[in-house]
Design a protein around this ligand. Structure first.
Ligand SMILES: NC(=O)c1ccc[n+]([C@@H]2O[C@H](COP(=O)([O-])OP(=O)(O)OC[C@H]3O[C@@H](n4cnc5c(N)ncnc54)[C@H](O)[C@@H]3O)[C@@H](O)[C@H]2O)c1
Ligand SMILES: O=C(O)[C@H](O)COP(=O)(O)O
Length: 592
């Protein structure tokens, strides 16, 4: 062993992790409903057989067909918030576009049945992600299929605005011929500031360069190489404001971007700047924009998105003569909608099946090969958590838990998010009515004041196995099985994986070797002949099958700890008889 590696982190997380449950993983599905709802859900499965997906906004046909191969599909559009809350308790998944608000009430009304929300598009600002996470509901989106459509719409608005296309069209239709009124401005040689240099922003930049524009971009998180590759200069927010002739919004709506364009920002822009917004209405303070338009600071705006959608009929911004407005059409091409429908249907079906969610919004994405390799350790960690917590009898509550991962691989070559979540699941589920899955594990841990620190030990062995052993320790507690306390005074259980199966390898300071199947009896006795036989025959009389057992002693004739794996739960009477064997000093029965 070469000692502790440099990463020794404390997890007190703000975000959650996940990925979905697969049937081969342990006891309760990671997307299983809370216990109270279990009966209802089981009944629903008995009568319905398939999961139910509520499609609350128009979705391309290919997506609907794909969903139907796996689920009952209920296409109910234009539901009121109340109707949505009523329906949701009968649904396993919900698919929406930007027009449906998936609020906390929706998750509460689902009473744990809703496992996946699919956003058929990019922006998830209409979904209460925190509430989803707290309810253990995975949120997935379709982030790529509408990129080009949105970029093309951005360019359409940019060019239409510069040449007054919409206003001139309305004028001609009104019987007028106002050639002097609708003189436009040229794009070539002008500076376009792309705000948010992500998927859509970079496609807009590429196209704008094709139109002969000088393109700059502001995005604090964009890689400089990507910008360089397209020939775009990354600049600060202020530089973008003072330099641009045109500004195009392509950032998400977040607390940081909300009303990013406000009076202060407009006070810095070049007089006569022109603004395009195909991102989210909320990134602009609409009243400030109206003032800027009225004062001639902003010459024109082209808006596809609004703070409130649809905007009120009397919305002054929409009615402004220098504003071109479209009804959130960025993603609305036939091609994009077909793509989005398939992308979201695949993600939702995959999540319901328990596959990896590559587009999870409230969960980390764990590559399939990592999952495959870690699967037995995922089982092991949950079982270690379950065992450790059942050993607690008192103290200050289960608050301080340490997970130690011993591996011969490089310090960065282990993704412990899954393992950490499963330890949390194992620790919390046996002692509470909450259900824990990979989406809500960190949230639940934080909520309950459980502080889980992780530590990595780098070994000098072969890197073939991802992990040699995993140890779970609970501090500041007393144990009902005193031998489970290690020298440092913590309840300690350690496990390993052999031939793909989880094994308990240590309890306290005692080495054991018992397969983690069924349940376990731990027994400390004075080392003397005949004890194993006595315990075995008590269990045999009860027809309780022993699937594994091991004995570890301190020294001949001194104390020994016996770990017995049993397939069934022995009766109270049998356990009492084991406790009455004279050499037995303490014993405990633990359910896995
Ligand atoms: N109008 C439509 O129909 C339509 C269609 C598609 C996308 N959209 C919207 O367009 C936006 C961009 O979509 P995308 O697919 O390109 O997303 P994306 O995640 O690929 O790109 C967003 C970019 O914004 C950047 N960003 C985050 N905070 C920022 C900040 N404070 N300042 C500047 N940049 C910041 C991110 O780093 C990222 O690069 C989203 O709001 C999305 O909802 C609208
Ligand atoms: O974020 C998005 O993907 C776009 O705003 C598209 O929204 P829509 O699906 O409601 O058209």
């Amino acid at each position: 062993m070469s000692g502790l590696s440099s990463w020794n982190l404390t997890i007190f997380p703000d975000t959650t992790l996940s990925f979905p449950w697969r049937p081969s993983l342990p006891s309760r599905p990671l997307f299983s409903p809370p216990r109270k709802r279990k009966t209802l859900v089981v009944l629903a499965m008995v009568f319905g057989g398939k999961p139910t997906v509520l499609v609350a906004e128009k979705l391309g046909d290919a997506g609907i067909q794909l969903l139907k191969t796996f689920a009952n599909v209920d296409c109910s559009y234009n539901l009121s918030p109340e109707e949505l809350c009523t329906k949701i308790s009968l649904c396993d998944a919900l698919i929406v576009r930007s027009g449906t608000k998936v609020t906390r009430e929706v998750f509460e009304s689902s009473m744990g049945r809703l496992k996946v929300v699919g956003r058929a598009g990019v922006g998830t600002d209409n979904v209460d992600i925190s509430a989803a996470t707290e309810h253990g509901c995975l949120v997935v989106n379709a982030p790529t299929a509408n990129t080009i459509a949105a970029a093309e719409h951005g360019i359409a608005l940019l060019t239409a605005m510069a040449r007054n296309v919409a206003q001139a069209d309305a004028s001609v239709k009104a019987g007028k011929w106002e050639r002097n009124k609708y003189v436009g401005v040229s794009l070539v040689g002008k500076t376009l500031a792309v705000m948010g240099f992500g998927k859509v922003g970079s496609e807009v930049a590429r196209r704008a360069k094709g139109l002969g524009m000088h393109v700059i971009a502001h995005d604090p998180y964009a890689p400089a190489e990507r910008a360089r590759a397209i020939g775009v200069e990354l600049v600060t927010f202020k530089e973008a404001l003072v330099t641009a002739d045109f500004i195009s919004m392509h950032m998400p709506l977040t607390p940081a971007t909300s009303k990013m364009f406000n009076d202060e920002a407009f006070s810095r822009v070049k007089k006569g700047v022109r603004i395009v917004n195909v991102a989210r209405g909320g990134v602009i303070d609409e009243e400030a924009l109206l003032r800027a338009l009225d004062e001639g600071i902003v010459a024109q705006a082209a808006l596809d998105v609004f703070t409130e959608e649809p905007p009120l009929q009397e919305n002054k911004l929409v009615l402004h003569e220098y504003v071109t407005a479209t009804p959130h059409l960025g993603a609305s091409t036939t091609e994009a909608q077909e793509g989005v429908a398939l992308e979201i249907a695949e993600a939702v079906v995959g999540a319901l099946k328990g596959d990896l969610a590559a587009t999870a919004v409230n969960a980390p994405m764990v590559p399939a090969e990592v999952l495959l390799e870690l699967s037995p350790y995922v089982v092991l960690t949950e079982k270690l958590g379950r065992l450790a917590v059942q050993l607690v009898t008192g103290g200050n509550g289960v608050k301080f838990v340490k997970a130690t991962y011993a591996s011969s691989r490089g310090p960065d070559d282990l993704d412990t998010r899954l393992l950490r979540a499963m330890i949390t699941k194992g620790l919390i589920e046996p002692i509470s009515s909450v259900f824990v899955n990979l989406v809500n594990a960190d949230f639940i841990a934080k909520q309950r004041g459980l502080r889980l620190t992780e530590e990595r030990i780098v070994l000098d062995g072969s890197p073939e196995k991802p992990l040699e052993f995993i140890q779970v320790r609970i501090a500041n507690v007393e144990s009902k099985f005193a031998s489970a306390m290690c020298d440092s005074g913590e309840i300690t259980v350690e496990g390993t994986v052999k031939d793909g199966k989880p094994y308990l390898s240590k309890v306290g300071s005692f080495g054991v070797d018992v397969s983690l199947e069924g349940s376990i009896i731990l027994c400390r006795q004075v080392d003397q002949p005949g004890i194993i036989g006595k315990v075995g025959s008590i269990l045999g009389e009860e027809n309780v099958n022993v699937n594994f057992m091991s004995v570890c002693r301190i020294a001949p004739g001194k104390q020994a700890v016996m770990a017995i794996g049993v397939d069934d739960e022995p009766s109270r009477d049998a356990l009492k008889k084991i406790g009455e064997i004279s050499a037995v000093e303490e014993f405990v029965f633990l359910k896995l």
